[in-house]
Structures are given as C-alpha cells and as structure tokens.
Design a protein. Structure first.
Length: 324
C-alpha cells in the first residue's frame, strides 16, 4: 500500500513551529500550550498524546497513525543559510501511515509567494514577453525557468537556440571556429525572431546581448530584467564550475588561481558592458535582496527568492509605465 507524503514547507523566519491554526487564533488555549519547537534532525518523533487539547481538524491522520500515536517528522528550524536551498521542503511520512498537515495560512513556501507575485503581475503584462539580461553566471537561465513556470509562459534560452541553429555547435566552438562576430549576428537574429514570432515567453539572453543597440530594440518589445550580481559572487560561481563553456574568460591572463583569473576577466568585461545593462526596464539587485532577507552573502539567496524580487521590480516598472 502506497502512502502519500505530506510536506512541511519552510517558513521564512527564524524557526519552524508546528501548531494548530485554531490554537493560534486563540480558540483553544490548552492546545496553544502544546506548541513544540523543533531543531532539524533526521527524524524527530512527535508523541500525539501531548496534543490532548488539539481541536478537531487541526491535524488529520489515519486510524493506523492514531494507533501508533506517533509520526516521523522532519522539522526545519534555525537552518544555516547554505542549507536553505536544499531544505525548502521535507517529506513527513511514516511507512505504516499517511497524513495531511493542514495549517491554513500558517506556513507558506517561497513558491507560494512566487505564484502570488506572478498572479499579481500577469494581468498587466498583456502577453508581453520578458528578457533576462546580466553578466555571465548571473543565473538568468535558472531564474528565467522559475519565472516562466509561475507565469505559465514558455521559456527560451538564447544561447541554446543559437547552438541549435548552428547544428549543435556549442557557443565555445562557435567563438573558436567562426569568431565572436558570427555569434553576435546569430544572437541578434534569434532575438528578432523571438520578439516578432513569440508572445508570453521568458528569454534568457547571453551576457553580451546588451552591447548591440539593435538587440535592445527587440527586447524592448517586451520587458527586460537585469540581474545585477556583484562581480565577486560571479567569480566565485564561475571558478567553482570552470570556464570551458565561457570563451570570453579564456582571453588574457592564464596564470593564478581560478577565482582571481575569473574576477579580473569579469572586471574587464564589465567595463565594456556595465552601462548597457542600465537600459533594462527593471533591475534586480542581489545585494539588495540579500540585505532585505538578512543574509550574509549573495550566495545564500535561492533562485526562487530572486524570481520573487524580479516580479516585484517588474510590477514597479508597470506601475510607473501606467502613470505615463
């Protein structure tokens, strides 16, 4: 017999509290005293006999669970920032039981917030597409896929489309065998095609798409979003995964540690592109999001949190646009 897991969503606060919704509303003081705080551990046991005053409907579980009087729970509490991304949801289940945790509005997942933001923005988009711009390694593809899913849009990666148009030739190989100028021409052709033939799409552009004014003409048919990531954070990401797929990072110095080499090359590239990114309709500053959430580093942010901020900035842009 299969049993459906239940999910305890990560609460964006210092700790995760398992509590009856009715108790929170003050309807049952005895149940309210049964609130338990849990620190994360592989399996924390809850003895349901401690919840004698639990009002009907706050937790539903099978008769088999009632007989066992306990249920395996993985709780999230005081998580370190670097663990937030992979502990957003944890299954709460027992091999001999199935249960559903009903908490009403008590617990919210980041994805719920993202969907809400998308629903707020979508009616005002009028079918317009979104174009994500930013330096290499800024997370355009990852964030773009999340935004597209939340909006019900189709996602396109500009670099992938160029590779397909070149019979599967990778971006690095295009640079090596045909030169950057050929790649830039293909990039412009792709953006033109996307802007004229498609609506309701989210597009991840290449890092250098912003340097050609004609590309902005096509991207401004929709809404462009700049993912502004500190160069130091970009260098850390790129140094961690390597530079094989990033031909522009192969120019210049070859000695030194990967981080220093990446940072120096990114700094040079930024000098030629930085101002161009400001043409975007909306700017998503990862430093600002980090500060807002009280995190220490930009690397503590999740793609979903960045996507939520992107929707907020798009909403601000649309509000300003509406005034004019």
């Amino acid at each position: 017999m299969s049993h459906k897991p239940i999910y305890l969503n990560y609460l964006e606060s210092a700790s995760c509290i398992l509590v009856s919704c009715s108790a929170v509303r003050g309807k049952n003081m005895e149940a309210a005293t049964a609130v338990q705080r849990f620190h994360y551990s592989p399996s924390s046991w809850i003895d349901w006999r401690n919840f004698e005053g639990k009002p009907r409907g706050s937790l539903r579980y099978s008769h088999r669970t009632k007989e066992n009087k306990r249920l395996t729970v993985i709780a999230l509490s005081h998580l370190q920032p670097d663990k937030r991304s992979d502990l957003r949801q944890r299954s709460v289940s027992d091999k001999n039981s199935s249960a559903l945790l009903e908490t009403g509005d008590l617990l919210h997942s980041p994805f719920d917030e993202e969907l809400r933001k998308a629903e707020e923005v979508k009616p005002y988009l009028n079918g317009r597409s979104m174009y994500l711009v930013g330096m290499m390694g800024s997370g355009k593809t990852t964030v773009g896929k999340i935004m597209a899913k939340a909006l019900g849009y189709t996602f396109f990666d500009c670099d992938t489309m160029i590779e397909e148009a070149m019979n599967g030739t990778s971006v690095a190989e295009i640079f090596e065998h045909f030169g950057e100028s050929v790649f830039r021409e293909k990039e412009t052709e792709t953006l033109k095609k996307l802007s004229l033939m498609y609506h309701q799409v989210v597009v991840s552009t290449g890092g250098g798409a912003v340097i050609r004014p004609i590309n902005w003409k096509y991207m401004h048919k929709g809404i462009s979003i700049w993912l502004d990531v500190p160069l130091e954070a970009l260098a850390q990401r790129i140094a961690a995964v390597g530079t094989n797929s990033r031909p522009l990072l192969h120019d210049g110095e070859s000695g030194g540690d990967p981080y220093t080499v990446a940072l120096n090359r990114l700094s040079t590239i930024w000098e030629g592109r930085g101002e161009a990114y400001t043409n975007a309709s909306a700017r998503v500053s990862l430093e600002s999001i980090t500060s807002k959430h009280g995190y220490r580093n930009v690397s503590d942010l999740t793609p979903t949190e960045i996507a939520i901020e992107a929707f907020e900035q798009v909403q601000c842009f649309l509000n300003k646009e509406d005034k004019y």
